[in-house]
Design a protein around this ligand. Sequence first.
Ligand SMILES: NC(=O)c1ccc[n+]([C@@H]2O[C@H](COP(=O)([O-])OP(=O)(O)OC[C@H]3O[C@@H](n4cnc5c(N)ncnc54)[C@H](O)[C@@H]3O)[C@@H](O)[C@H]2O)c1
Length: 358
Amino acid sequence: MAASLAPLAAQELRPIRIGIIGLGNRSRNHLDGLKLHRADAPITALCDLDSSRAARVNAALPESAATYTDYRELLADRNVDAVVIVSPNFLHREMALAALKAGKDVLVEKPLALTYDAAREVAAEASRLGRVLAVGMQRRYFPADARIRQLVEEGRIGAIHFISYNEFRGDWNPNSWKFSDPVTGAETNWRYLRKTAGSSELELSIHSFGFVQSLLNSSLVKLSASGGTVHFKGRETRDLSTAIADFSNGARLEYSFCGFAPGAWHNCNILGEKGALELHDNRLVIRSTGAKPETEEFRAAESAESQMYREFFRSVRDRTPSPLNAQFAIEASKLAYAIDIAIIENRAVTAADFTPRA
Ligand SMILES: NC(=O)c1ccc[n+]([C@@H]2O[C@H](COP(=O)([O-])OP(=O)(O)OC[C@H]3O[C@@H](n4cnc5c(N)ncnc54)[C@H](O)[C@@H]3O)[C@@H](O)[C@H]2O)c1
């Protein structure tokens, strides 16, 4: 991120006008998150390949927005200051680069890009152009995660030696947008294909990896993994994977993902020198040697997306890097990229795999 970002075009307190690209399932959370900020950040432009989606969203807005089916037209709209990108993963790099070049600040859904090099390219471009670039890693605002970070920072469990993380979910949304193969014309849910989704870990697990990184603040040294499509055979993106990762501070992560579970839940155990933290969805158990376990339950007072937008708009106004900055997102994505390389190439991945090329 650049040391100083480009100043806002006009006076600081002018509304930040928002253009949204991609109006599928996830856009509902963005629209909800933006509601609280409407006075300061009105939606002035909407884009989706399917024009009926923009029309439907527009009908529910207090003031009508311009609608487009070509995202480049939205980027050329002078009534848009910041762009929110909620399209399928394979379009994030292209759309974010174009938005930055068009002089917009950008909030792009995770993942920033399908590969490590492409993600770094987008980050470098935002830095060069002095634009705010935020990545939709809204888990930063989950109250249980924030509490765990606080406990770890206070030294409650001492240095972390081991994190065991198991994540379960059912199948992907069957109503996801369908990628049409340019040669065969075959239509496939974009989440099933490597070229459109990247991997299941890049699509789902990076939220958990961001959380792990926020606790360890340490770089990946080595990762081994195995996995495949054991239930949804014929798909390219995995429904099962297990990884073991070593970090430069000596901590180890054991992670597993299952994508054919009857429901969605996650268990995370964080073992430190002096105690342990167990997270089961929103229930936290704090264990210290010789003491009775303490249990805490969490419920969010405000949606993570609403908080994400508050911080994004602060960054846009103050011209300061977003807490959901590209570097944070790239560090989290690194584990997903590493799992993919380890499984596809059947080898251990090391830090050398992420050494920037000259
Ligand atoms: N942060 C989170 O927790 C979270 C959760 C779910 C999804 N996501 C992310 O949000 C993004 C979208 O996911 P979704 O579930 O909404 O997918 P979706 O398939 O429901 O919607 C994608 C939308 O993009 C539109 N689209 C496709 N190509 C386009 C183009 N060239 N120009 C304009 N619009 C185009 C489609 O018509 C569709 O409306 C993905 O990157 C996904 O990873 C993030």
